[in-house]
Design a protein around this ligand. Sequence first.
Ligand SMILES: NC(=O)c1ccc[n+]([C@@H]2O[C@H](COP(=O)([O-])OP(=O)(O)OC[C@H]3O[C@@H](n4cnc5c(N)ncnc54)[C@H](O)[C@@H]3O)[C@@H](O)[C@H]2O)c1
Ligand SMILES: [Zn+2]
Length: 353
Amino acid sequence: MREWTFSVQKSARVCNIFCGEGAREEPLARAVAPYRKRFVFTDANVHRLYGNWIRAAFPETTVVAMPAGEEYKTPETLLSLLRAMAQAELHRGDCLIAVGGGVAGDIGGLAAALYMRGIACIQVPTTLLAQVDSSVGGKTAVDLGGVKNLVGAFWQPNTVIADPVFLSTLPPREIRCGLGEIVKHGALHAPLFSRLEEGEARLSEIGFLASLVEDNIAFKLSVVREDPEENGIRKSLNLGHTTAHALELSLKTLSHGECVLLGIVLEGELAQERLDCDKEYLRRLRTICAAALGGFPALPPLREALRLARLDKKNIGEEVTVTAPIGMGRYAVFSLPWEEYARGIERAGRKIC
Ligand SMILES: NC(=O)c1ccc[n+]([C@@H]2O[C@H](COP(=O)([O-])OP(=O)(O)OC[C@H]3O[C@@H](n4cnc5c(N)ncnc54)[C@H](O)[C@@H]3O)[C@@H](O)[C@H]2O)c1
Ligand SMILES: [Zn+2]
């Protein structure tokens, strides 16, 4: 079992993270013990698979399950959760436990941030993506008007419980989703990149990926510790995401992780056209992304999809801002007019897909 503790900026709180087999047992019991009342938020799929465990782990606790899926990551779901919390008469000294993937975690975290101006939150991530990425770092949000994560807050969880037991029920598509963020971390951190290259043939094996969770949490935490509210180095974690979010919202057949893998490659190509990049490294990164995707999919014309990149939160004024890989563990953040961005990504799409 690996355990990390870090102090939450501007408060006396600490966040404890447990990763490994058995994390959902004694460490979780210890984490919830101080709270008078608990409230569990999850989604319908997780409830179907793990409802028995939830009821046993949290007896006499209100359990609310949202419909599963990104399309429910909305202010409406958030509001109905807040209403349920009020109905359960949660108070300042109580805690919300979010059991599920990044969607339940992001909404649960935001509800914990807002309710009575902030109550304790325990994250129990059950997808690979949530374990390696979304449960760590305190970003919470819902989507609004077709824009991902438009309404949100920074609210660090008090505890994160990443237990591999949950990963055994994940369908392949959800495994690929987590893999997108794992490759993103690998592109930013040389030791992880080596592990991915060595394990290229095993990128669809959950056993191999589960063995990478610990290193991913350690890496993400090192970035979050240095820059908790994304004023500097944490921006690197947006690698490939400007394009990924645009693709995800318009090409509904591709998952977030698949779009991240594509976004990393497409933005890498865009960077090569304008910056001094390590071309050999970008070729190796492209090989890993292709292996993770099981080959690049045929893409439809991208122009309409890319219009959504205009709405990205990272943009300043009329320009589109991207965070692109440029060399081993190196990235560049740059802005360019939308028309130039769209033409560059379209060219890259024709080249690789
Ligand atoms: N807060 C952050 O820093 C951050 C970082 C990355 C991504 N995100 C957000 O995370 C979300 C994506 O997260 P996700 O990929 O976990 O999506 P998700 O929460 O929708 O989960 C994916 C699917 O897997 C199901 N599921 C969950 N656990 C399962 C299990 N153990 N076995 C079988 N099925 C299971 C869910 O019901 C859902 O259908 C996006 O909304 C993204 O914006 C947030
Ligand atoms: Zn992502």
